[in-house]
Design a protein around this ligand. Structure first.
Ligand SMILES: NC(=O)c1ccc[n+]([C@@H]2O[C@H](COP(=O)([O-])OP(=O)(O)OC[C@H]3O[C@@H](n4cnc5c(N)ncnc54)[C@H](O)[C@@H]3O)[C@@H](O)[C@H]2O)c1
Length: 444
């Protein structure tokens, strides 16, 4: 939702209502897109090639409607646009067909993205246009080379169709699924004339990096080990009231992020987002994560929450992941290609109280392209839990802000200076920004 709201703001500061968002994938993570679209207030069309995935998401209430016919889809979208309806529609078919058909029918797309599993293009992550789901599944095992060719051809068609829309004004962004990377490897016309930069931004470069990660906002999460919905409800209420309190004194630079998160957590219960574990994800900075976790710990102690809580976060966060195509793609000092931050994170987290840590390769953007660090921290209401969560969450976020600050990201410089004011024991060097023109002159 965070990505949506901010992407919508990029195209129109009057807000998202009546805007059309086109994307693909109703799988594990991508299945959240239509729900996020509804919460953000847009019309969303999400293409999904696997009918089982679409119907499952529909049954679960994550998407409002399913349409299998392209003409009916166009008619439905045109009507929704006229009435500025907030609706999520699943298209039961290939995403390439949607981009091409909407171009032909002159349906203006405000926002576009893609969440097929392109980090795994040859083994079912991306289904090429022109083949049904079953035909693709057969071909990828009976003739993997031909399947590969079909995927590449489809990516070229996909890119060409997107470009027709972006020329009309559509804001297209990479959602962290390696779309730009794989399209470029397939030979699609997706690079700028410098042949190094993609034509479209990764959402981290344009949205998440400067608006969230550099300020320390990232996907903090928790699981109620009781498995009780009542405990989750209590944690939602606690998190909401902690954020509202913090908002009162928050600097103007991060007030919007906090307001968005308050909106999100308020809507979380009514949107019925839980599938499986009683767990929640909420964007917060170091101050917010620590304050929320401390309040949970107190509530466990008082018995208001009936059992321990496991704190964690997505690897897709401020400090947890080194990936030049995603999490560190807005680090432009050359260090985005190193893998030091995630390693330092798990080492620091392990000493500072994490119950477990993990370091792994490949998550999200593919093997060899990324290093991810993660943690779990169980809190049980004890004073030890309070010590651990304060120490560990502080490191887990500020380690990454320090690094982003060294890369001269101005939002991270602001955030780390603020953190040093709040905590006199923290000392982080601040970069000196040289005059680029002077350096160029010295080199030449
Ligand atoms: N931005 C983020 O925060 C973020 C988070 C998690 C995952 N991701 C990335 O997003 C991608 C999707 O993740 P997931 O967990 O949903 O994967 P998934 O494999 O469960 O879902 C992808 C879906 O796309 C469908 N699909 C594939 N090709 C298609 C096509 N041409 N047309 C229509 N539908 C098609 C598949 O049938 C599948 O259901 C992955 O690459 C993942 O790494 C991004």
């Amino acid at each position: 939702m965070f990505i949506f709201l901010n992407a919508c703001r990029k195209i129109d500061e009057n807000g998202p209502h009546g805007k059309l968002f086109v994307t693909s994938g109703l799988g594990g993570m991508s299945g959240a897109q239509p729900k996020a679209g509804n919460i953000a207030g847009v019309i969303s069309v999400t293409a999904e090639i696997n009918p089982k995935a679409s119907y499952k998401r529909h049954e679960q209430g994550w998407v409002d409607e399913i349409i299998s016919d392209l003409d009916k889809l166009c008619e439905r979208v045109k009507n929704a646009k006229k009435s500025k309806e907030v609706v999520s529609i699943a298209y039961d078919g290939n995403i390439v067909d949607v981009w091409e058909k909407f171009n032909k029918e002159n349906i203006y797309i405000d926002l576009g993205s893609d969440q097929t599993s392109l980090h795994n293009p040859w083994a079912g992550g991306y289904y090429p246009v022109g083949l049904t789901f079953d035909e693709s599944n057969k071909l990828m095992t009976s003739d993997p080379n031909l399947f590969k060719i079909k995927v590449k051809e489809s990516l070229i068609r996909h890119t060409n169709a997107i470009e027709k829309h972006t020329k009309k004004g559509t804001y297209f962004f990479d959602y962290g699924n390696a779309f730009l990377l794989e399209a470029s490897r397939a030979g699609a016309d997706i690079m700028k004339s410098d042949k190094v930069t993609f034509k479209y931004p990764s959402y981290v470069q344009d949205i998440m990096g400067p608006m969230c990660f550099d300020y320390g906002f990232g996907p903090f999460r928790w699981v109620c080990t009781s498995g009780k919905a009542s405990d989750l409800k209590m944690t939602d209420d606690i998190a909401c009231s902690v954020l509202k309190d913090l908002l009162k004194d928050a600097p103007v630079e991060i007030q919007q992020q906090m307001k968005d998160n308050i909106q999100w957590i308020k809507g979380a219960q009514e949107n019925n987002l839980v599938v499986g574990s009683q767990a929640r994800i909420l964007y917060a900075d170091s101050e917010g994560r620590i304050a929320i976790a401390k309040a949970f710990n107190k509530a466990i102690k008082k018995g208001e929450i009936s059992a321990p809580i496991v704190l964690g976060r997505d690897h897709h966060d401020v400090s947890g992941t080194d990936s030049p195509y995603r999490e560190t793609s807005n680090i432009y000092d050359g260090s985005s290609f190193t893998a030091d931050m995630a390693i330092q994170n798990v080492i620091g987290d392990s000493f500072r109280g994490a119950t477990w840590v993990s370091i792994h390769n490949g998550g999200g953007v593919g093997w060899g392209e990324v290093i991810n660090g993660g943690f779990g921290l169980t809190i049980d209401g004890s004073p030890e839990s309070e010590d651990k969560l304060s120490n560990m969450l502080f490191w887990d976020v500020n380690n990454g802000i320090a690094r982003r600050n060294w890369a001269r990201n101005k939002e991270a410089i602001f955030a780390i200076k603020r953190e040093m004011k709040r905590n006199s024991k923290l000392e982080v060097t601040i970069p000196f920004s040289a005059d680029d023109e002077m350096i160029d002159n010295l080199i030449n």
